[in-house]
Structure formats: structure tokens, C-alpha cells
Design a protein around this ligand. Sequence first.
Ligand code: SF4
Length: 237
Amino acid sequence: MTKALVKANIRTIYSHIVDQSPEHHFEFSDPFWVLITTILSHRTKDEVTDAAARKLFNKYRNAEGLASAPEKDVLEIIRRVGFSNVKAPRIINAARVILNEYAGKVPPNIEDLTRIKGVGRKTANVVLADAFRIPAIAVDTHVQRISNRLGISRSKDPAVVERELSKMVPKDLWIGFNPRLVEFGKKVCRPIGPRCDICQISEYCYYYAHIQRKGSSPNIPKRKAKATSGSTQAGRQ
Ligand code: SF4
């Protein structure tokens, strides 16, 4: 029933989410730097990701520059980023693949993007939507949690959640969907202590209805943290 309710009211729900979420301005719009920033952002605070990406950009400028960077130099620049020892070789490798196999241009399709080591569907979808303005829904922990709580999906598998969201959310809302939900997830539907008291979509929410009915939160599946799967741009962890 909740899923049907959400589906029937998805545009209204999304407009309330937009109302309660500040607009997100990205540091970069160039596809290569969107990709690198997104890889860096997993389990890392916005300001740390932004600072590291900016320093990398200032020093290396493009795929060609980063592809030939010594790993120890890159590691030093990104040392405050989570899992920096994994991400340093990973971003250098991504730069090399893009330089050598795609003539320095990030490929604008999910098949090629996900062939790059460390780039999963989530990261690829961020690049497609944010950099290329191709409709795609990136499912990070915020999008997954909100989808689970609303009752859109019971799955803890991001690929399943993406599929279910894709069926429910009209395609014209896909670009910008992830950043809005991320902001909503940080400010309102927080991982711990969701602000149901101020939430404008509580009347559609499975989690909220469960608390009202039974006095306790429902059992929501937890997504397993991956150390190196890459996330969405700055802070979309
Ligand atoms: S009512 Fe609570 S759990 Fe449901 S979407 Fe709003 S903040 Fe999240």
C-alpha cells in the first residue's frame, strides 16, 4: 500500500524533498573531475573531498596530467581522504584508462564507465547525470536509506533499489535526483535521528507510519559499507 501511495504521489513527494533540501552546487562540471571527485568522496567529508580534488586539479589539470603523476605525490595530496592509499592508485589508473582507451575523454555510457576499476554503477550514474546531463539515478547510502524508509524498496542491494526507483520516478526527475536526496538525507531523513517531526513527506512514509502504528521503527535492511566502491560527488557517501 505504501509503495502504491508513494508511486501515485511521487511528483508531490519529490517537490517537498526539493523544498527541504538546499540546492547542491558542484565543485566541477568537467566529466573527468566529476569522476575523480566522486571516487574520492566515498566515506569522506565534503570539505576534505573538495580540497583534495581542487589541489589535484590545480596540479594535474586533466587525465593526461594525472595519468603520469607519481603515486606518492597523489597520495600526499589526498592523504586526508578516506581510504587514500586505495584511492590514489585507483584515480591514477582511471586517468590512464581514460587517456589510453578513450583519448582522454570520459565515455558517456555506463558500460564503458563501469569497466574502469573502482567505478561501480553508483559512480557511473553520478558522472552521467551530473556531468553529461544524461538521466540516471545514482543510489548511494542516502538514496538507499530514504528509498527503504519510504517503502519504495525493501532491498539492501543498490542495484535493486536503482531498478525500483527507475520504475517509480519519472525520467524527467532523474537528473538532480541524487543530489537532492543526499541533501534531504543530511538535513531531514538523517541516518540516525531522522527529523520526522519536520519532514514534509511523513504522510507517505512507511517508516513513519510504522512508528505511529507500533511505537517502534521498522526493521530496515542495512547496506554493507564498501571501502572502495566510489561514491557520489563530495559528501554523497
Ligand atoms: S518521515 Fe522520517 S523517515 Fe520518513 S522520509 Fe521523513 S524523515 Fe525520513
